[in-house]
Design a binder for this molecule. Structure first.
Ligand code: SAM
Ligand code: SF4
Length: 325
Protein backbone atom coordinates (compact mmCIF):
# COMPACT_ATOMS: atom_id res chain seq x y z
CA UNK A 1 0.00 0.00 0.00
CA UNK A 2 1.36 3.47 -0.84
CA UNK A 3 0.83 6.36 1.57
CA UNK A 4 0.37 6.09 5.31
CA UNK A 5 -1.43 3.30 7.06
CA UNK A 6 -1.57 2.36 10.72
CA UNK A 7 -0.97 -0.94 12.48
CA UNK A 8 -4.60 -1.98 11.80
CA UNK A 9 -4.18 -1.34 8.04
CA UNK A 10 -6.33 1.80 8.13
CA UNK A 11 -5.18 4.30 5.48
CA UNK A 12 -4.39 7.66 7.12
CA UNK A 13 -4.75 10.60 4.75
CA UNK A 14 -6.46 13.32 6.80
CA UNK A 15 -4.87 15.82 9.18
CA UNK A 16 -6.94 18.04 11.48
CA UNK A 17 -5.02 21.07 12.61
CA UNK A 18 -6.08 23.03 15.69
CA UNK A 19 -4.65 26.53 15.28
CA UNK A 20 -5.71 27.92 18.66
CA UNK A 21 -7.24 26.85 21.96
CA UNK A 22 -8.99 30.23 22.29
CA UNK A 23 -12.66 30.70 21.58
CA UNK A 24 -15.11 33.57 21.61
CA UNK A 25 -17.95 31.25 22.75
CA UNK A 26 -18.35 28.89 25.72
CA UNK A 27 -20.62 26.12 24.43
CA UNK A 28 -22.06 24.17 27.33
CA UNK A 29 -20.90 20.78 25.98
CA UNK A 30 -17.37 21.93 25.14
CA UNK A 31 -16.06 24.43 27.68
CA UNK A 32 -16.69 25.39 31.28
CA UNK A 33 -18.38 28.79 31.77
CA UNK A 34 -15.19 30.30 33.15
CA UNK A 35 -13.17 29.08 30.12
CA UNK A 36 -10.01 26.98 30.35
CA UNK A 37 -6.39 27.67 31.25
CA UNK A 38 -5.07 29.06 28.00
CA UNK A 39 -1.82 28.13 26.34
CA UNK A 40 0.84 30.83 26.31
CA UNK A 41 1.49 32.58 23.01
CA UNK A 42 4.95 30.99 22.76
CA UNK A 43 3.49 27.53 23.25
CA UNK A 44 1.39 27.78 20.09
CA UNK A 45 2.91 26.64 16.82
CA UNK A 46 3.62 29.45 14.37
CA UNK A 47 2.08 29.23 10.90
CA UNK A 48 5.53 28.38 9.55
CA UNK A 49 5.79 25.46 11.99
CA UNK A 50 2.29 24.23 11.13
CA UNK A 51 3.18 24.46 7.44
CA UNK A 52 6.30 22.37 7.97
CA UNK A 53 4.34 19.62 9.72
CA UNK A 54 1.62 19.66 7.05
CA UNK A 55 4.09 19.62 4.16
CA UNK A 56 6.02 16.72 5.70
CA UNK A 57 2.80 14.83 6.43
CA UNK A 58 1.76 15.43 2.82
CA UNK A 59 5.01 13.85 1.61
CA UNK A 60 4.03 10.79 3.62
CA UNK A 61 0.50 10.59 2.23
CA UNK A 62 -1.76 13.12 3.96
CA UNK A 63 -4.09 14.57 1.30
CA UNK A 64 -6.77 16.43 3.21
CA UNK A 65 -6.53 19.11 5.86
CA UNK A 66 -9.13 20.58 8.17
CA UNK A 67 -8.41 23.71 10.21
CA UNK A 68 -10.14 23.83 13.55
CA UNK A 69 -9.69 25.08 17.12
CA UNK A 70 -10.83 26.54 19.61
CA UNK A 71 -12.33 28.99 17.21
CA UNK A 72 -9.87 29.13 14.32
CA UNK A 73 -11.03 32.54 13.14
CA UNK A 74 -9.99 34.23 16.39
CA UNK A 75 -6.38 33.58 15.36
CA UNK A 76 -5.05 36.58 13.46
CA UNK A 77 -4.24 36.14 9.78
CA UNK A 78 -5.72 32.68 9.28
CA UNK A 79 -5.96 33.31 5.52
CA UNK A 80 -2.16 33.47 5.43
CA UNK A 81 -1.99 29.92 6.80
CA UNK A 82 -4.61 28.74 4.28
CA UNK A 83 -2.56 30.31 1.48
CA UNK A 84 0.58 28.52 2.69
CA UNK A 85 -1.18 25.15 2.97
CA UNK A 86 -2.72 25.61 -0.48
CA UNK A 87 0.81 25.69 -1.94
CA UNK A 88 1.33 22.03 -0.98
CA UNK A 89 0.74 20.27 -4.31
CA UNK A 90 -0.52 16.97 -3.01
CA UNK A 91 -3.11 18.44 -0.62
CA UNK A 92 -6.39 18.27 -2.50
CA UNK A 93 -8.83 19.53 0.14
CA UNK A 94 -8.55 22.31 2.73
CA UNK A 95 -11.63 22.80 4.90
CA UNK A 96 -12.46 24.79 8.05
CA UNK A 97 -14.64 24.03 11.07
CA UNK A 98 -15.93 27.20 12.68
CA UNK A 99 -18.62 28.43 15.03
CA UNK A 100 -19.55 30.93 12.32
CA UNK A 101 -19.44 34.04 14.47
CA UNK A 102 -16.64 35.69 12.47
CA UNK A 103 -16.87 33.94 9.12
CA UNK A 104 -18.95 36.58 7.32
CA UNK A 105 -15.99 38.94 7.71
CA UNK A 106 -13.41 36.52 6.29
CA UNK A 107 -15.30 34.28 3.83
CA UNK A 108 -14.13 35.99 0.61
CA UNK A 109 -10.49 36.28 1.66
CA UNK A 110 -10.38 32.65 2.87
CA UNK A 111 -11.81 31.47 -0.44
CA UNK A 112 -9.25 33.54 -2.36
CA UNK A 113 -6.50 32.03 -0.19
CA UNK A 114 -7.49 28.50 -1.20
CA UNK A 115 -10.04 27.33 1.36
CA UNK A 116 -12.50 24.95 -0.29
CA UNK A 117 -15.37 24.58 2.15
CA UNK A 118 -16.63 25.09 5.69
CA UNK A 119 -18.45 23.23 8.43
CA UNK A 120 -20.41 25.56 10.67
CA UNK A 121 -21.48 24.49 14.15
CA UNK A 122 -25.03 25.51 14.94
CA UNK A 123 -27.14 23.83 17.60
CA UNK A 124 -30.33 25.89 17.53
CA UNK A 125 -32.31 28.23 15.28
CA UNK A 126 -33.65 30.22 18.23
CA UNK A 127 -31.75 33.35 19.26
CA UNK A 128 -32.41 33.03 23.00
CA UNK A 129 -31.44 29.37 23.08
CA UNK A 130 -28.34 30.12 21.02
CA UNK A 131 -27.28 32.61 23.67
CA UNK A 132 -27.89 29.99 26.34
CA UNK A 133 -26.04 27.09 24.64
CA UNK A 134 -23.05 29.21 23.61
CA UNK A 135 -23.18 31.31 26.78
CA UNK A 136 -23.48 34.65 25.04
CA UNK A 137 -23.30 34.21 21.25
CA UNK A 138 -25.49 35.96 18.69
CA UNK A 139 -27.39 33.71 16.28
CA UNK A 140 -27.59 36.51 13.68
CA UNK A 141 -23.80 36.38 13.22
CA UNK A 142 -23.91 32.69 12.35
CA UNK A 143 -26.82 33.06 9.95
CA UNK A 144 -24.97 35.92 8.23
CA UNK A 145 -21.90 33.69 7.94
CA UNK A 146 -23.87 30.87 6.35
CA UNK A 147 -25.06 33.36 3.73
CA UNK A 148 -21.58 34.84 3.20
CA UNK A 149 -19.96 31.40 2.89
CA UNK A 150 -22.47 30.53 0.17
CA UNK A 151 -21.81 33.76 -1.73
CA UNK A 152 -18.05 33.20 -1.46
CA UNK A 153 -18.46 29.67 -2.85
CA UNK A 154 -17.15 27.85 0.26
CA UNK A 155 -19.29 24.85 -0.60
CA UNK A 156 -20.68 22.49 0.37
CA UNK A 157 -21.48 24.18 3.69
CA UNK A 158 -22.22 21.58 6.34
CA UNK A 159 -24.15 22.58 9.44
CA UNK A 160 -23.15 20.55 12.50
CA UNK A 161 -25.70 20.21 15.29
CA UNK A 162 -24.82 18.47 18.56
CA UNK A 163 -28.16 17.03 19.63
CA UNK A 164 -28.92 17.20 23.37
CA UNK A 165 -32.10 15.79 24.87
CA UNK A 166 -34.14 18.41 26.66
CA UNK A 167 -31.96 21.20 25.31
CA UNK A 168 -32.28 21.32 21.52
CA UNK A 169 -33.76 17.99 20.43
CA UNK A 170 -37.11 19.73 19.91
CA UNK A 171 -35.51 21.42 16.88
CA UNK A 172 -34.36 18.32 15.03
CA UNK A 173 -37.33 18.45 12.67
CA UNK A 174 -36.76 22.18 12.01
CA UNK A 175 -33.15 21.50 11.03
CA UNK A 176 -34.23 18.59 8.83
CA UNK A 177 -36.80 20.81 7.08
CA UNK A 178 -33.98 23.22 6.21
CA UNK A 179 -32.53 20.51 3.92
CA UNK A 180 -35.70 20.78 1.84
CA UNK A 181 -36.54 24.48 2.17
CA UNK A 182 -33.02 25.95 1.90
CA UNK A 183 -30.87 23.08 0.64
CA UNK A 184 -28.86 22.95 3.89
CA UNK A 185 -26.57 20.02 4.55
CA UNK A 186 -27.26 19.23 8.19
CA UNK A 187 -25.35 16.74 10.32
CA UNK A 188 -26.68 15.51 13.61
CA UNK A 189 -23.87 14.64 16.02
CA UNK A 190 -24.26 12.48 19.09
CA UNK A 191 -23.18 14.34 22.17
CA UNK A 192 -19.90 12.93 23.50
CA UNK A 193 -19.89 12.77 27.29
CA UNK A 194 -16.91 14.88 28.25
CA UNK A 195 -19.00 16.52 30.92
CA UNK A 196 -20.38 13.62 32.94
CA UNK A 197 -23.33 15.36 34.60
CA UNK A 198 -24.63 16.65 31.28
CA UNK A 199 -24.02 13.46 29.36
CA UNK A 200 -26.02 11.35 31.77
CA UNK A 201 -29.18 13.25 30.90
CA UNK A 202 -28.62 14.68 27.46
CA UNK A 203 -27.57 11.75 25.26
CA UNK A 204 -29.93 10.88 22.46
CA UNK A 205 -29.08 8.20 19.93
CA UNK A 206 -29.23 8.54 16.18
CA UNK A 207 -31.70 5.65 15.98
CA UNK A 208 -34.12 7.64 18.03
CA UNK A 209 -33.57 10.68 15.82
CA UNK A 210 -34.31 8.63 12.72
CA UNK A 211 -37.58 7.49 14.24
CA UNK A 212 -38.57 11.07 14.89
CA UNK A 213 -37.61 12.16 11.38
CA UNK A 214 -39.90 9.54 9.85
CA UNK A 215 -42.81 12.02 9.98
CA UNK A 216 -41.03 14.04 7.26
CA UNK A 217 -40.84 11.11 4.84
CA UNK A 218 -38.49 8.27 4.04
CA UNK A 219 -34.77 8.90 4.46
CA UNK A 220 -33.08 7.79 1.26
CA UNK A 221 -29.39 6.79 1.78
CA UNK A 222 -27.05 8.82 -0.41
CA UNK A 223 -23.36 9.64 -0.80
CA UNK A 224 -21.99 13.06 -0.08
CA UNK A 225 -18.57 14.70 -0.25
CA UNK A 226 -16.57 14.43 2.94
CA UNK A 227 -13.60 12.86 4.65
CA UNK A 228 -15.31 11.86 7.81
CA UNK A 229 -17.54 9.30 9.42
CA UNK A 230 -21.01 10.71 8.64
CA UNK A 231 -23.68 8.55 6.97
CA UNK A 232 -25.86 10.59 4.62
CA UNK A 233 -29.54 10.54 3.66
CA UNK A 234 -31.98 12.73 1.77
CA UNK A 235 -35.61 13.53 2.49
CA UNK A 236 -38.04 13.46 -0.43
CA UNK A 237 -37.57 16.59 -2.63
CA UNK A 238 -34.56 17.76 -0.60
CA UNK A 239 -31.60 19.37 -2.31
CA UNK A 240 -29.67 19.22 0.96
CA UNK A 241 -28.65 16.15 2.94
CA UNK A 242 -28.99 14.84 6.47
CA UNK A 243 -25.88 13.28 7.97
CA UNK A 244 -25.54 11.30 11.19
CA UNK A 245 -22.32 11.16 13.19
CA UNK A 246 -22.48 8.44 15.79
CA UNK A 247 -19.35 8.28 17.95
CA UNK A 248 -21.29 6.51 20.69
CA UNK A 249 -24.05 4.33 19.29
CA UNK A 250 -22.09 3.13 16.25
CA UNK A 251 -18.44 4.09 16.61
CA UNK A 252 -16.55 4.46 13.35
CA UNK A 253 -13.02 3.80 14.61
CA UNK A 254 -12.53 0.92 12.18
CA UNK A 255 -12.47 3.42 9.32
CA UNK A 256 -10.75 6.29 11.11
CA UNK A 257 -8.40 8.00 8.64
CA UNK A 258 -7.15 10.91 10.72
CA UNK A 259 -4.38 12.40 12.77
CA UNK A 260 -4.71 15.55 14.85
CA UNK A 261 -2.21 18.33 15.48
CA UNK A 262 -2.93 20.34 18.61
CA UNK A 263 -2.33 24.08 18.77
CA UNK A 264 0.74 23.49 20.94
CA UNK A 265 2.28 21.07 18.51
CA UNK A 266 1.37 17.59 19.72
CA UNK A 267 0.33 14.93 17.27
CA UNK A 268 -2.67 13.18 18.71
CA UNK A 269 -3.45 9.84 17.10
CA UNK A 270 -6.98 9.69 18.55
CA UNK A 271 -9.33 12.44 19.74
CA UNK A 272 -10.45 10.25 22.63
CA UNK A 273 -7.10 9.01 23.89
CA UNK A 274 -4.62 11.04 25.92
CA UNK A 275 -1.63 9.73 24.03
CA UNK A 276 0.36 12.43 22.17
CA UNK A 277 3.68 12.84 20.41
CA UNK A 278 5.43 16.18 20.78
CA UNK A 279 6.58 17.88 17.59
CA UNK A 280 7.06 21.39 18.95
CA UNK A 281 10.32 20.81 20.74
CA UNK A 282 11.89 18.85 17.86
CA UNK A 283 10.71 21.57 15.43
CA UNK A 284 12.31 24.26 17.55
CA UNK A 285 15.52 22.27 17.92
CA UNK A 286 15.99 21.96 14.16
CA UNK A 287 14.68 18.45 13.56
CA UNK A 288 15.65 17.03 10.15
CA UNK A 289 13.05 16.15 7.53
CA UNK A 290 13.74 12.44 8.05
CA UNK A 291 13.39 12.66 11.83
CA UNK A 292 10.13 14.60 11.49
CA UNK A 293 8.77 11.92 9.17
CA UNK A 294 9.71 9.28 11.74
CA UNK A 295 7.78 11.13 14.45
CA UNK A 296 4.70 11.40 12.23
CA UNK A 297 4.91 7.70 11.39
CA UNK A 298 5.28 6.89 15.07
CA UNK A 299 2.02 8.76 15.77
CA UNK A 300 0.28 6.86 12.98
CA UNK A 301 1.62 3.52 14.24
CA UNK A 302 0.33 4.25 17.73
CA UNK A 303 -3.28 4.90 16.75
CA UNK A 304 -5.43 2.81 19.09
CA UNK A 305 -7.84 0.30 17.56
CA UNK A 306 -10.87 2.06 19.02
CA UNK A 307 -11.97 4.54 21.63
CA UNK A 308 -13.42 3.47 24.96
CA UNK A 309 -16.26 5.97 25.38
CA UNK A 310 -18.82 3.22 25.83
CA UNK A 311 -16.81 1.93 28.80
CA UNK A 312 -16.89 5.44 30.28
CA UNK A 313 -13.24 6.19 29.53
CA UNK A 314 -12.95 9.81 28.43
CA UNK A 315 -9.77 11.82 28.06
CA UNK A 316 -9.26 14.17 30.99
CA UNK A 317 -6.12 15.90 29.80
CA UNK A 318 -7.66 18.43 27.41
CA UNK A 319 -11.09 19.76 26.50
CA UNK A 320 -12.26 19.39 22.88
CA UNK A 321 -11.55 23.05 22.34
CA UNK A 322 -7.82 22.21 22.62
CA UNK A 323 -7.88 19.19 20.36
CA UNK A 324 -10.20 20.48 17.68
CA UNK A 325 -13.27 18.29 18.12
N1 SAM B 1 -15.02 26.33 17.36
C1 SAM B 1 -15.25 25.58 16.20
C2 SAM B 1 -16.67 25.07 16.14
O1 SAM B 1 -17.37 25.14 17.16
O2 SAM B 1 -17.06 24.60 15.08
C3 SAM B 1 -14.27 24.43 16.00
C4 SAM B 1 -13.87 23.63 17.22
S1 SAM B 1 -15.17 22.67 17.95
C5 SAM B 1 -14.31 21.91 19.30
C6 SAM B 1 -15.37 21.39 16.74
C7 SAM B 1 -16.65 20.61 16.82
O3 SAM B 1 -16.65 19.83 18.01
C8 SAM B 1 -17.91 21.45 16.84
O4 SAM B 1 -18.76 21.07 15.77
C9 SAM B 1 -18.55 21.10 18.17
O5 SAM B 1 -19.95 21.10 18.09
C10 SAM B 1 -17.99 19.70 18.43
N2 SAM B 1 -18.02 19.32 19.83
C11 SAM B 1 -17.46 19.95 20.89
N3 SAM B 1 -17.72 19.29 22.03
C12 SAM B 1 -18.48 18.20 21.70
C13 SAM B 1 -19.07 17.13 22.43
N4 SAM B 1 -18.94 17.03 23.75
N5 SAM B 1 -19.78 16.21 21.74
C14 SAM B 1 -19.93 16.29 20.39
N6 SAM B 1 -19.38 17.26 19.65
C15 SAM B 1 -18.67 18.22 20.29
FE1 SF4 C 1 -15.85 27.26 21.07
FE2 SF4 C 1 -16.35 25.49 19.17
FE3 SF4 C 1 -16.05 24.70 21.72
FE4 SF4 C 1 -18.19 26.11 21.05
S1 SF4 C 1 -17.67 24.06 20.27
S2 SF4 C 1 -16.88 26.48 22.85
S3 SF4 C 1 -17.42 27.42 19.51
S4 SF4 C 1 -14.49 25.60 20.44
Amino acid sequence: MTGLSDSFQRPIDYLRISVTDRCNLRCIYCMPAEGIDLLRHDDILSYEEIYRVAATAAELGIKKIRITGGEPLVRIGLSRLVQMLAQIDTIDDIALTTNGTLLARYAEELKAAGLRRVNISLDTLKADKFKQITRGGDLADVLASIGAAGVAGLKPIKINMVVMAGINDDEVLDFARKTVADGWHVRFIEHMPLNREMAATSFISVNELKERLAVLGELEPCTFKGNGPAKYYRLPRAEGTIGFITPISDHFCFRCNRLRLTADGKLRPCLLSEQEIDLRQPLRQGVSAEELKKLIKKAVDSKPRKHKLAEGLVPRDRPFSQVGG
